[in-house]
Design a protein. Sequence first.
Length: 117
Amino acid sequence: MRPALLVLLAPILAAADRVPAVTPTGTPRLCIPLSQIRQTLVRDDRTIDFVMTGRRVYRNVLPSACPQLGAERRLAYATSLGELCSTDTVTVLFDAPLMRGARCGLGTFQPVALTAR
């Protein structure tokens, strides 16, 4: 019975390891400029880190969990402005077959620094 329990806990522990601790470094922003986004790191179903030009990082914690976002770790976003804002949504992308999943609203963009553990 113990091996089954460990198998069930493994995904939970793996997801927790993907969300590094951070320290807020400023006031949350409602929008970030699209032209400065260099990398998007999906940490789990609610947490996305946007790495910007100059290695600045903005953490966005979604108001509610976005189904399969943490498992797929791929997303798409579209905006008609030159900014990505807390009023915009992200869409989960599935790899095989390539298809769209849940569409979820963003939260505010908190500037952060990674915290050493």
